[in-house]
Design a protein. Structure first.
Length: 532
């Protein structure tokens, strides 16, 4: 690595690109060949973060007085700029993550990214998300409003749709009226830098304060914890490892700062005997496709399968192992992901899981581990339920086979919180009693319950919940996907008691500012203006 700040890429702080106040530099790795990529990016010191926080506070002060139309315009302009830069973004992300250019990056993830920006723009413009509530008798009015600078820590597995400066958390925070300080994921800094360059253009086109969006690439752990707990920080969105996320949460909680975490999830799939008898071959195809898609690097990857002992289960497992062995082995996102996956598989084996396919030894020459399928009994799982719920983030899965339904129920009772839970059962209703018992137990453990469907896809829908009980997330009441609900994480409820009418936010004044915004007036939801 070369030395010297002049050779590092700049940070975007205080409305301009400038050299970082750096304690060092780093490079991303191409996971397909383990080669270091040329750009050098800075490890920012507290000085950069301190300046970014001050600039974000001033940006928030200005944003609060701007019409919401400007925020909507920014999101729409930014989306258009991203589409225009599609080729360069796809190439950078492919080089930094190993994810396929097509269809994954160009045809799936990039359109999803711009679609959620436009959905957020529409939600911001309409204003329903703020839940304006008016009590004319008491003279009290309330609504959700922005809460201040939001720090976003993006994950490694979605360089577009969850990027810290373009993804779901970013979009939700901006749409709610907050400036964002984005912390890039170290796996794809150049991709994030390209997004920031486009965002800067979008900010200028829409006339937002130039510090509405800022970017740093990496900090020390200590400075990251200081950032999320700083008095100037309104809230934080984080997606990543459980260990790092909990360290940030501890710091934020100590300071009383909201932080929304997506941490780890094994996403259990229950497959009953009746489901195997009715559609075993189809379920096997769906499972192989889901669990190995993207080399298993989805937060909704179904890494835990629960089944009941029977000859059909044994046949299913045998065929599944063969499919794992014969399926192409994809590229993992980074050396760190490879090490983490290998260690997780080793942990499961140490606990007593038997290897049906794959193992712990990574390939040489690229970031990869053989498709790994493990098996244990329900009795073994119950003896060490914490250990057997170790998340193996990647192309690995654990099968747990129960001797009877009671043993299956006991396993379900021991599950940690997860993003998703899926149930495959008989199609003719003959297992309805079993289904209801499984569903009752599983629904308490997950944020999204699925029937006869694998969980990998996360639709950008207002009804979607991409959340769940700990350790899937840090709070079971919120979603990271699904506008406008995801916006509420980055808002504060503000009540105006006996405030003069001309001093109220437009949304709470007698005339409906859009003519379309739903408001609760004296207990009834209406889009009408108030008449006197």
């Amino acid at each position: 690595m070369r030395d010297g700040n002049e050779e590092m890429q700049p940070v975007w702080v205080g409305g301009c690109w400038r050299p970082a106040t750096a304690a060092g530099a780093f490079q991303a790795t191409n996971p397909s060949n383990l080669q270091l990529l040329a750009p050098h990016f800075p490890l920012s010191t507290w000085s950069d973060l301190d300046e970014a926080l001050d600039a974000a506070v001033e940006a928030h002060r200005q944003l609060r007085s701007l019409p919401v139309e400007k925020i909507a315009m920014f999101l729409e302009s930014y989306a258009a700029l991203i589409e225009q830069a599609k080729e360069s973004l796809v190439e950078a992300a492919h080089e930094e993550t190993g994810l396929p250019r097509a269809p994954r990056l160009a045809d799936v993830e990039l359109p999803r990214t711009t679609a959620q920006m436009r959905m957020a723009a529409a939600a911001a413009r309409r204003g329903d998300w703020a839940m304006a509530t008016i009590d004319t008798v008491a003279g009290i009015r309330s609504c959700y409003q922005s809460l201040g600078p939001v720090c976003v820590f993006g994950p490694n597995n979605f360089p577009f749709a969850f990027n810290s400066i373009a993804g779901g958390d970013f979009v939700a925070a901006i749409a709610a009226g907050n400036p964002v300080i984005a912390k890039a994921n170290s796996s794809h800094p150049r991709t994030t830098q390209l997004f920031a360059e486009l965002a800067a253009k979008g900010v200028d086109q829409a006339g937002l304060p130039r510090s509405s969006v800022q970017l740093i690439y990496r900090t020390s752990h200590e400075d990251g914890e200081r950032l999320v707990s700083d008095s100037r920080c309104g809230a934080t969105g984080y997606t990543g490892s459980r260990h790092a996320g909990l360290a940030l949460k501890h710091a934020a909680d100590r300071a009383g700062k909201p932080i929304y975490l997506e941490l780890s999830s094994v996403n259990p799939v229950v497959i009953t005997r009746g489901a195997l008898a009715d559609a075993g071959d189809a379920i096997l195809e769906q499972y192989v496709s889901s669990v190995l898609m993207g080399t298993g690097q989805f937060c909704t990857n179904p890494g835990l399968v629960l089944m009941l002992q029977c000859p059909e289960t044994d046949a299913f497992v045998d065929t599944l192992a063969q499919r794992f062995q014969s399926a192409p082995v994809g590229t993992l996102l980074s050396p760190a992901v490879t090490r983490s996956l290998s260690a997780a598989v080793a942990t499961l084996i140490d606990r007593g899981a038997r290897v049906l396919s794959g193992g712990t030894q990574p390939e040489t020459g690229r970031c990869a581990l053989a498709n790994t399928l493990l098996r244990c009994t329900a009795e073994e799982f119950l003896a060490d339920s914490d250990g057997f719920q170790t998340e193996a983030f990647g192309n690995a899965a654990l099968l747990v086979v129960a001797r009877n339904e009671d043993e299956l129920f006991r396993v379900l009772e021991q599950l940690e919180g997860n993003l998703t839970g899926s149930i495959y059962s008989a199609r003719d209703g003959r297992e309805e009693t079993l289904y209801q018992r499984v569903a009752d137990l599983l629904a308490m453990k997950v944020g999204r319950l699925l029937n006869d469907k694998m969980p990998t896809g996360v639709a950008v829908s207002p009804a979607m919940n991409h959340g769940g009980p700990y350790p899937a997330t840090g709070h079971p009441g919120f979603t990271a996907v699904g506008i406008p609900a995801s916006m509420l994480r980055f808002a504060k409820l503000t009540c105006f008691d006996n405030v003069r009418h001309d001093r109220l936010p437009l949304l709470l004044r007698d005339p409906n500012p859009t003519g379309k915004t739903w408001r609760s007036v004296d207990g009834a939801w209406t889009t009408a203006s108030m008449n006197h």
